[in-house]
Design a binder for this molecule. Structure first.
Ligand code: SAM
Length: 390
């Protein structure tokens, strides 16, 4: 029997993949029988069998269904026209690309930590809609099994402009290599503690091509690296299927994360962002985690802004006013300066000011918005002079 959800259950978020469909088309077909005048609070309290949805007002082409709703049997899902993706996980690509690119600043992009690729296909979709269908997205993934899933997901979502760089460590990319000379935007969603992921034990199994299913089985039987994956929020493949839903939804939900490990994650996250800042034509870099820890969020931002490369190249944070409309009005921002200081995650010299903390977006699990715990911000700089970029 269906369990009635609690009042604070998270809804089932579904992103319409505009590379293959549109909101109008899905409302007229897959969700034809649904009432569409609802809100997140209402759908979150309904049973999965109730045909009610809420159209999101922050992120275009996103809808919320009752928590137990199962769309995995629909043809739309099987064809990659709809993708299970938490609302918060849709923020980075929106923040990076913004609205229509009137100034013509967006050229090629990199997704540095890409698998399973929810944000990658979202990025490709936003580029096609707001910029052009010509821009390439280089999607880099270090882990071999996850690289396979990334490839399969790009095929399934019809993200033809994505060039998957399998088994490739973003930190080893040469910023001066010829193919990256047009990379203006970089999306970074590195491994994190996953401490923002709550609930969602009922993750659906994604329809994967057979070779991925084989990988899935192998991993299910246990692989040498499965312990490490658990620690570092890099999903093992079986639950990795969960990845389609929250992309980060792994079984690494940890209650207590020790400070040493948080420091290690924070160091790696900082290195990854600093590396992105060194690409010569790059002017925007989004950074996100599904962690609630200051060490992995505001502290990383503070350390990056205090770094020699950020100072030398004039990197700062994209302020609230510069953020895309839906995100500009998002109420939850970076922690207070008192909390940042009290965390002891940074030294006094790299403190963030109020404006910088206001530029960071937080999503809190359990809040009325119905998202997982998440953090996102965007580093920006003015376009380098042609001779600097050469
Ligand atoms: N952005 C993805 C999405 O929305 O579907 C989820 C990314 S997951 C949190 C982090 C991914 O980054 C993992 O697949 C991990 O293997 C990969 N990764 C971590 N460090 C990396 C690196 N240095 N280079 C490339 N990939 C990396």
């Amino acid at each position: 029997a269906e369990k009635p959800p609690t009042s604070r259950s998270q809804p089932r978020w579904v992103r319409i993949n505009t590379l293959k469909s549109s909101l109008e088309q899905e409302l007229a077909t897959t969700f034809k029988a649904y009432r569409t005048d609802s809100n997140v609070a209402e759908v979150s309290s309904l049973l999965g069998s109730e045909k009610v949805l809420a159209i999101d007002h922050t992120i275009p082409d996103l809808i919320a269904l009752p928590p137990e709703a199962d769309v995995t049997k629909t043809q739309s899902y099987k064809d990659g026209r709809v993708i299970l993706q938490d609302k918060a996980s849709c923020f980075p690509a929106c923040m990076l690309i913004g609205d229509d690119d009137e100034a013509g600043t967006v050229r090629d992009c990199i997704d540095g930590c890409a698998a399973p690729g929810n944000k990658t296909s979202h990025l490709a979709a936003l580029l096609a809609e707001h910029v052009s269908t010509k821009n390439k997205v280089y999607a880099c993934e270090r882990d071999p099994s996850r690289s396979k899933i990334l490839k399969a997901m790009m095929v399934k979502s019809g993200a033809k402009t994505v060039i998957v760089q399998s088994e490739c460590d973003f930190l080893t990319l040469d910023p001066y290599a010829a193919q990256y000379q047009d990379v203006t935007h970089v999306l970074l969603d590195p491994s994190c503690s996953g401490s923002g992921i709550v609930g969602r034990e009922d993750i659906p199994i994604l329809a994967l091509p057979d070779d991925c299913k084989a990988t899935q089985r192998q991993t299910q039987n246990g692989s040498a690296s499965s312990k490490k994956r658990k620690r570092d929020h890099v999903a093992p493949i079986p639950v990795a299927i969960a990845m389609e839903e929250s992309a980060q939804a792994e079984e690494t939900r940890e209650v207590a994360v020790d400070k040493t490990r948080l420091q290690k994650l924070s160091n790696l996250q900082t290195r990854i962002v600093e590396h992105a800042l060194s690409f010569p034509a790059t002017v925007q870099v989004s950074y996100s985690t599904c962690s609630v820890h200051i060490e992995e969020n505001e502290a990383v931002v503070a350390r990056v802004l205090a770094s020699a490369i950020a100072k030398e190249l004039g990197w700062k944070l994209l302020g609230r006013e510069g953020q895309v409309k839906g995100l500009r009005s998002w109420p939850h921002r970076g922690v207070s300066s008192a909390d940042l200081m009290a965390s002891k995650a940074i030294d006094g010299n790299s403190m963030l000011n109020e404006e910088e903390l206001e530029s960071c977006i937080r999503c809190n699990p359990g809040d009325e918005e119905g998202t997982m715990g998440f953090f996102v911000c965007c580093f920006t700089r003015s376009a380098p002079a042609a001779k600097d970029a050469a």
